[in-house]
Design a protein around this ligand. Structure first.
Ligand SMILES: O=C(O)CCC(=O)C(=O)O
Length: 279
């Protein structure tokens, strides 16, 4: 289902750029069966009967031209679960980040229809200040061929070395999706070099939690669908006190008198010692 091997050259490229883009990752024979699930998921029909943790668009309820997002679709659908909890995905994330193991913090199911609007430039790790250490590694898997015209994911090269700043402003559908990025770059005297992720369906891109990224309008006549896994080190713990932001949703999984992240909600995908949650 997934093929990848991280060698020294790929790791060096990731460390230099803050992202790694590869044309082949998911088995292309499996892609249709996953993409076919999107219509049901966004209609509120969940194979497992369990609702995802976040759900910003529902058929018939919301305008058609926004980018549709579900967070933690893996709890609702077995095909999504197979991908975002895959051992090789976890291994690649850990090896690129130099971790001894990785754990799934959250997934995203993203559907940008023709005319679908922007997602603001941001840094993923800025959203997990309720986790120690505050870091992240993201694996972005498009289920359609993606290009600049389709509003693909885009990165600022080397921006993972610029430091982490708290999120600020509108995330979904801002008029100028580069607003925050441009303000940060101006204030800190940084140059912006953009890399568009242009790969066939089944390709992949990995990005560091501090890499600035976002996406523009889908100007094409086709859907742009993607599955995303956001990982943290397998040893990650809940921050004992931080609340606010997405902690409002995810700290409900924190046990009383414990900072442990329960594997039922944040499964371990891979570790050097061979530890993995039986999902
Ligand atoms: O697919 C997109 O446009 C944005 C995805 C994203 O922000 C992420 O995967 O971290």
């Amino acid at each position: 289902m997934i093929q990848i091997e991280i060698n020294k050259d790929l790791k060096k490229k990731f460390e230099d750029d803050g992202y790694l883009i590869l044309p082949q990752f998911l088995d292309t024979n499996k892609i249709d069966s996953i993409a076919d699930k999107f219509a049901n998921l966004f209609s509120g029909i969940f194979e497992t009967g369990i609702e995802p943790d976040e759900w910003n668009w529902k058929k018939g309820r919301d305008p058609n031209n926004i980018t549709r997002q579900i967070c933690n679709g893996w709890k609702s659908d077995s095909n999504i679960k197979k991908i975002v909890t895959h051992q090789l995905l976890g291994k690649a994330c850990a090896e690129l980040m130099g971790w001894t193991g990785s754990r799934l913090l959250q997934d995203n199911v993203l559907w940008k229809p023709p005319g679908g609007k922007t997602l603001a430039y941001h840094q993923d790790a800025a959203y997990d200040d309720w986790v120690i250490p505050q870091t992240m590694m993201t694996c972005w898997m498009p289920l359609d061929d993606v290009s600049q015209e389709k509003g693909t994911l885009e990165y600022v090269k080397g921006s993972h070395k610029w430091g982490l700043v708290p999120p600020n402003g509108q995330f979904h559908s801002p008029e100028n999706y580069k607003n925050e990025l441009e303000a940060f770059a101006k204030k800190n005297n940084k140059e912006i070099h953009i890399q568009y992720v242009e790969v066939p369906a089944g390709g992949v891109s990995f990005h560091h939690g501090q890499t600035w990224h976002g996406s523009g309008i889908n100007m094409s006549k086709d859907d742009r669908r993607a599955i995303v896994a956001h990982c943290v080190p397998s040893s990650a713990k809940f921050h004992p006190t931080n609340v606010g932001g997405t902690a409002r949703i995810y700290k409900k999984y924190k046990k009383i008198n414990s900072d442990e992240m329960d594997e039922s909600f944040f499964p371990i995908l891979w570790s050097k010692e061979g530890r993995r949650t039986n999902v």
